[in-house]
Structures are given as C-alpha cells and as structure tokens.
Design a protein around this ligand. Sequence first.
Ligand code: SF4
Length: 337
Amino acid sequence: MNRFDYVRADTVAEAVQAFAAAPGARFIAGGTNLIDLMKYDVERPGRLVDITRLPLGEIVEHDGGLRLGALATNATVAYDARVRARYPLLSNAILAGASAQLRNAASTGGNLLQRTRCYYFYDTSTPCNKRQPGSGCQAIGGVTRIHAIFGTSPSCIATHPSDMCVALAALEAVVQVSGPDGDRVIPFSEFHRLPGDAPEQDTTLKPGEIVVAVDLPERDFGQHVTYLKLRDRLSYAFALVSVAAALELDGDTVRTARLALGGVAHKPWRNREAEALLQGKPATRESFQAAADLIVAEAQPQAGNAFKVELARRAIVRGLEQAAAGTPQSITDKRIQ
Ligand code: SF4
C-alpha cells in the first residue's frame, strides 16, 4: 500500500503552499485520471492537495470572451449557454470525449493535465521513459495503434488524449496559472510540450504551479467550425485522429483558418503553414486537400499506426468541408468518405 497524506485547501495560496511543503505532492480535483494512475501504481504522490473547495468553478465574461474557472466541470462548460452559442467548437469537442459521468466530475484544469493513455505507461512491468525517465520506451517497436505520427522523439511516441484541448488549441485559448513565484499566463500552444528527451514533462508548468483558469478569446469562429473525432468505437473511446477546424469566410474565400489535430502527437498538433496556405483561397475540396497534404507530409509513423497518415489526411479535408458548410452539423455529416 502507498501511504499519502491529504490536505484540503480553501484558497489558491493555501493550495500552492500545501503543495510546496511536500515533495511529490499532487493537486486533486475530479480525480478522473489521477485516481486511476494511483491504482495502477503509476503515480505515488506523498500528498494529495484537494482543491475542490477553491472558488474556481465559475464561467464569467472576460475581455470580450469567456474565462473558464479551472474547477468548472467539463459538463458545466459544454452545456453553458454562452459556450454553446459562441464556442460550439469547444462544446462539441468536450461532448465527444469520455462519458456523461466522467464529464460531470472532470474539471477544466484536470482535462489539460490528463496523462497519456499509452498502454505501456500504465503497465509498470514495462520500460517507459515517461513513467520512469531513462528506462526506455516499450512502445517503439511495439503495439502502436494509438501512438503519435507527428513530433515524436526517440524517447517517446505517446499522444495527448484530450478532445477539449484540441478545440482550445484551435481557439488560441490562454491558460492562467498561479505558483510559488506568482501568477503568469501561458498561450495554449505553449502549454503542452513535445516529448524531446524529457517525456516525463507533459507541460511547461513550473513545479508547484496550479491552473486557475482558461481564457477563451473574443474571436469565436462560431459560424464555421467542426470537431470531427475518429475512433475505434462511437463513444467512450480516445481519438485515433480528431480535427478541430475553424474558418472565417468572405463569401466562398477563406479569410482565416485554424486547424488542430488530436490523437496524433504529444500535444494538440497545429501547422501554421497549412493555415496560412488556406488564407485567401477558395473554400473548396482542392484547397483543403492541399492543406491536408502539407500537414501529413511531415508525418513519421510507426509500423502499427501508418494508417493514421491517410486517416488524418481525409479527416482534415472532411473537417474543413464541414466547417465551411456551417455550424451545426449532424452526426451523419461526420461520416468519412
Ligand atoms: Fe512511455 Fe512514451 Fe514510450 Fe509510451 S510512448 S512507453 S508513454 S515513453
């Protein structure tokens, strides 16, 4: 049995202090990932700092956009009338993930911090650089159906499992954090890391920092968005490939394009060159295929996930077509052809 102590914090300052006082501490909110990791013996925190009583559960207007408190549950965000009306991309992405029970418990901050679902990460009998730095990577040369095709390293080929984060990347959200050195702001594109030679670090958070909010910018792409998620079964499964697509159109011409992919990299994957390529182009299948070809050209798949390259190419084209056709789409629209 792994012993740990438990502290409940009432303020952000108390939480940060309680965390700093115990090496190996973890913040806990919904616990939908951390408790699993503790049961699998992947995480062995010396202290759990319960943050569920912190006043971070609200969604408020902020700077023309919305500020999502870090403790707003995934369900609260997905069903908030303002989010549904102004950020349907985010609402749809959240509802594509997990189950109703999990979405009722999982928090916004926790969604950002959930860990990979790489099989080997959870299997403590196998080497894994993310679980135990320097031990090796059993996935490389192993079973790689769910693994990354972009931004991998010789140390790790894991993917980030979130759907919500893919939409937040496309929307260019901003993460508000607080820590021992004060408050700071992290652009969403800089929040998650690629594995490099330190795959044990999922994010750019400094030790002891806590996520307090996620800000959605004023620009919402509300009329032309889609979240397309492709997986092995229709619900309660992680994405093999997902696409968050957002367009601003002038008639039939693309004024702005945002594209983020899930299930293919250690972080939500964006390719600014492909987005720029679409700018000023007609919103047609030909333009979308050119962007998709550019994106998948840099894929470096493993033997077991080479199918993801073509799947991603088709999903990007389909996602952009759906976004161009307008929001909302029915589930039938989301078939891949
Ligand atoms: Fe561990 Fe990453 Fe390799 Fe999976 S892919 S076994 S998480 S190092």
